[in-house]
Design a protein around this ligand. Structure first.
Ligand code: ADP
Ligand code: MG
Length: 364
């Protein structure tokens, strides 16, 4: 087991920075997910930890011990990639046994560890098969098994289930999380899929263009995104953003827009007056933080026109046109509004957000 620390870590390919001044602390035994879109520097980060890529600047430490100059084989990490990289001519058993064999472990011990790992992953009956006789999900289990048998200090999983089908992905999410809990081994898990990160990780490091945007628990990242970029990346359907003006009306600050004028809460008013915010902000609200109705409510509300409705499993998503934007609202399948009709949204103001229009940073 190991605590992993990134201290001012940079990766440059030539002059091009792929990872910029990364600082993360991943406690011993915890599950850290590095989340971000393709090209944001996730794999570069992993490869630096594994020793497959030189660290341009800064330090990576295991239990406070810098590992920059340690050879990959001395780092005691096990990596699982998206492409399983199994040996096609070896059986499942031989594939899983290979890392131990390379270390010259005795055959009885190898058999014991492979059998235990195979039991844990429920692939005991597959041990004599070859990779081409396995499904995608089974191959992925073998690749994970090969990582487990080494009993490493640290697991590095780089998009290990990205190309499995949706149902299997959902299943594997639970399995991998359970496995990490069972073994208690520190895990760094890279994904571009926010749902994977949200459902599995103790901490999520959200990256964008080589920079860490936010490090926090799934709840923190979801409920208190530090900027509009994180807010828009995490959550599905995505957060709605609407540009609003700020107006004082009878001591209350309102968010104003051609389709609404809604007072902020007292706490939000305090935050808005404490800072030096301009009179225009970007309001953010998740599709499930509003309720929609076809009759005009008494209190403050947003008026819009239904563009389209779509069923999404047990929910309905209503796309609503405002003067200058389109927002999405999550409601129940009983909703009866039709395209083109006027509708009314009541906002849960404890759950709306405000961001700077220039920098995207969160007011709240
Ligand atoms: P991710 O895993 O998040 O998709 P990567 O770490 O693979 O991102 O890549 C980050 C950036 O670094 C990308 O712009 C990519 O093109 C660039 N990059 C990655 N590997 C190399 C390399 N070996 N040489 C040059 N540029 C690279
Ligand atoms: Mg990658």
């Amino acid at each position: 087991m190991a605590k992993v620390s990134f201290r001012n870590v940079w990766k440059k390919y030539g002059d091009l920075p792929a990872v910029k001044d990364l600082n993360i602390e991943c406690p011993d035994g915890s599950f850290l997910s590095i989340l971000g879109p393709s090209g944001c520097g996730k794999s570069s980060t992993m490869r630096m930890v594994a020793g497959l890529e030189h660290i341009t600047a800064g330090q990576i430490l295991f239990d406070e011990r810098p590992i920059n100059n340690l050879a990959p084989k001395d780092r005691d990490v096990a990596m699982v990639f998206e492409n399983y990289a199994l040996y096609p001519h070896k059986s499942v058993f031989e594939n899983m046994a290979n890392p131990l064999k390379l270390r010259g472990q005795d055959p009885d011990r190898i058999k014991e560890r492979v059998t235990a790992a195979a039991n844990l992953l429920e692939i005991s009956e597959l041990l004599q098969r070859r990779p081409q006789e396995l499904s995608g999900g089974q191959k992925q289990r073998v690749a994970i098994g090969r990582a487990i048998v080494r009993e490493p200090n640290l697991f590095l999983f780089d998009e290990p289930i990205a190309h499995l089908d949706a149902k299997l992905r959902a299943h594997m999410r639970g399995e991998i999380k359970h496995l990490q809990r069972t073994l208690g081994t520190t895990m760094i898990y890279v994904t571009h899929d926010q749902l994977e990160a949200m459902s599995m990780a103790d901490q999520i490091a959200v990256m964008h263009e080589g920079e860490l945007q936010q490090l926090g628990t799934p709840r923190e990242v979801y409920n208190k995104p530090v900027n509009a970029w994180v807010a828009g990346f995490v959550g599905e359907p995505a957060m709605n953003f609407v540009d609003v003006g700020l107006q004082h009306k009878a001591d209350k600050i309102h968010f104003t827009h051609p389709n609404f004028s809604i007072a902020v809460t007292e706490e939000q008013q305090r935050l808005l007056t404490a800072g030096t915010w301009p009179n225009a902000l970007r309001m953010g609200i998740r599709p499930d933080a509003m309720s929609i109705s076809m009759t005009r409510p008494k209190g403050d509300h947003i008026t819009g026109k239904i563009f389209v409705t779509e069923l999404l499993g047990g929910d309905m998503i209503v796309d609503v046109d405002l003067e200058d934007s389109r927002i999405r609202v999550k409601t129940s399948t009983e909703f009866e509004g039709l395209e083109g009709e006027t509708c009314y949204m009541t906002v849960n103001r404890d759950k709306w957000h405000a961001f700077s229009k220039d920098t995207g940073s969160a007011v709240y």
